[in-house]
Ligand binder design. Structure first.
Ligand code: AMP
Length: 554
């Protein structure tokens, strides 16, 4: 068993198996099933290239054999930072076949994040693109390797591949199965009750939290969401957000689409023109889209010039979909939409086909399974009366029982009987439907990308001119929220936004989406009566200031 993994209790394992929820298959076996069912259909499309299920199966198996040959073993942690490209799918499934556990990093992560993942998980390999958006992941990998010497294997997609790195394209061309029989993979079959992959949580502490998802629970997730979203072999699923995200990978995502025999289109960038073009060319029928992307598409001046006639559904998730935006989806994009409250930790609430406008506009959906247990509690952890606001606690067949290797944090993040404290404030709406009303966790939700305030504050505090700081959300019409840093400078010092951003980006090496987009210098912080910085007040102050700025501009 993987050390540091919190297992599901035996009685729940028994229950989920008896109910037929957990199939006891690996994600690699789920792919094999799809390859057998739909060999000649197109599985993947990316920038004009098309790959059948048969080819996908061959390539995933070939890479898995190469990984074994290179020394990867079950339970080995590997950082996957590949973008939306065919190699992502091949490498991901290959890890599923060898029992290696991919850490689903984002191409946008930089050395602060990647070094942490490598050191914290003891990762032995790093998968990266040769170049992505003018950034050299290979240099990043070399830098990380100095601080995490266990990370000895570096796999690179595309070209040029630098010395000492392994070219994924070369592996894909080398028919190793002619030397090493595919049957060898049986020796490396992972246990479906154990982690298949690690998702990442923005978390609420100084460092990201690692979410272990098992083969059983993840497969259940992508199959069930595929049902809810009516994905069939006729569907064409477009993925424009990073495929590494839980939402894009498994809700129903790449995995759910491929399980059903659909064509999955990996779109290399979320740029509006690129996405709209791909919808028309590949005849995309369904897409996961955070509200921020939907707003951009709907406001795109040249929208009418694109053929969106194939689009049947968009799946709104990752952040609250504003009712005014929701109402425009059908008239502007011509398609219907799903609402979903999802989380990397597992639990998902979904609207259903046929839900009326009232449900769609006022709720984020209902749980997927009868076995999902939902509580809404007050600050003393007492259940609030039905329909009142409280924190959402969840437990069920797709919800983790603990973060990887974080026993202390788990004591806070989970109740003694295993409910995950989501930090989301909700109220039950009708039956098992709920509506998201806010959150108590200290995060910023920037266009569905979650940022831990404490993590960024720790980096800001490292600045030589900073005495104290607080990082809070400020409203943004498109992204929902952006980060605003309130800073108290050391006596006689001051700071400006470009300098702070440059410090965080170049010296602290954090990813760009975490950077503050506004800086407010203060002489003192408002405090709560327990002596903490009053962030609620700071959020109010910045929202009010922005409103005043807006009025002044009019
Ligand atoms: P992640 O694990 O990055 O998907 O983040 C999960 C968190 O995103 C949830 O706990 C919520 O705080 C937020 N979230 C996801 N979907 C929604 C939604 N439809 N409405 C409001 N918040 C959401």
């Amino acid at each position: 068993m993987l050390e540091g993994f919190v297992t599901y209790p035996q009685d729940f394992v028994k229950l989920y198996r008896e109910k037929g929820l957990w199939a006891d298959k690996t994600i690699g076996e789920e792919l094999d099933g799809a390859v057998a069912r739909y060999p000649d259909r197109i599985a993947l499309a990316c920038e004009g290239q098309h790959v059948t299920y048969r080819e996908l199966g061959i390539k995933a198996t070939r890479l898995a054999l190469h990984f074994i040959d290179k020394g990867l073993r079950p339970y080995d942690r590997v950082i996957v930072q590949l973008p939306n490209e065919l190699e992502f799918a091949y490498c991901f499934y290959a890890t599923m076949k060898t029992g290696a556990i991919p850490i689903m990093a984002l191409p946008a992560h930089r050395s602060a994040e990647i070094t942490f993942f490598a050191q914290f998980t003891g990762a032995v390999a790093h998968f990266m693109p040769a170049r992505f958006k003018d950034f050299s992941h290979q240099s990043l990998s070399r830098e990380v390797r100095e601080k995490a010497p266990d990370m000895t294997l570096q796999f690179v997609s595309g070209a040029p591949v630098e010395e000492g790195m392994i070219s994924i394209s070369e592996l894909l061309e080398d028919r190793i199965e002619e030397r090493l029989p595919a049957s060898r993979l049986a020796d490396y079959r992972p246990d479906p009750l154990e982690p298949a992959l690690f998702q990442l949580s923005g978390g609420t502490t100084g460092v990201p939290k690692i979410i272990p998802r098992t083969h059983n629970d993840y497969s259940l997730n992508f199959k069930a969401v595929g049902d809810i979203c009516a994905v069939t072999e006729e569907s064409v699923l477009g993925i424009a957000i990073p495929v590494n995200h839980n939402f894009a990978l498994s809700c129903p995502g790449l995995l759910g689409g491929l399980y059903r025999g659909a064509k999955v289109v990996l779109i290399p960038s979320p740029r509006t023109e690129t996405v709209l073009d791909a919808i028309g060319k590949e005849r995309i029928t369904i897409m996961p889209t955070p509200p921020a992307l939907l707003i951009r598409w709907m406001e795109f001046p040249q929208l009418r010039g694109y053929d969106l006639s194939s689009l049947r559904y968009v799946i709104a998730g990752g952040a609250r979909l504003n009712a005014e935006v929701a109402k425009k989806i059908k008239p502007v994009l011509g398609c219907d939409y799903f609402q979903n409250l999802g989380m990397g930790e597992g639990m998902g609430f979904w609207s259903r086909i046929g839900d009326g406008e009232d449900m769609l506009l006022n709720s984020q959906g209902a749980p997927m399974f009868d076995e999902d247990e939902v509580r809404v509690v007050d600050e003393n952890e007492k259940d609030v009366p039905y329909g009142e606001r409280g924190e959402l606690l969840v437990r069920g067949p797709i919800t983790i029982r603990g973060y990887y290797n974080s026993p202390e944090y788990n004591n806070k993040a989970f109740t003694a009987d295993g409910f995950y404290r989501t930090g989301d404030v909700v109220r039950m709406y009708k039956g098992r439907y709920l509506s998201v009303e806010g959150r108590i966790k200290d995060t910023i939700n920037r266009g569905a990308e979650k940022i831990s305030a404490e993590e960024v504050e720790n980096h800001i505090l490292a600045h030589p001119d900073v005495e104290n700081c607080a990082y809070v959300a400020m409203p943004d019409r498109v992204l929902g929220e952006k980060g605003c840093a309130f800073v108290l400078a050391k006596p006689g010092r001051t700071l400006n936004l470009p300098d702070l951003q440059a410090f965080l980006k170049d010296e602290r090496n954090i990813t760009v989406f975490k950077l503050p987009e506004r800086l407010e210098m203060v002489d003192a912080f408002p405090m709560t009566n327990v002596g903490k910085i009053d962030k609620k007040e700071l959020r109010r102050i910045i929202a009010e200031k922005m409103e005043e700025d807006e009025k002044a501009r009019e």
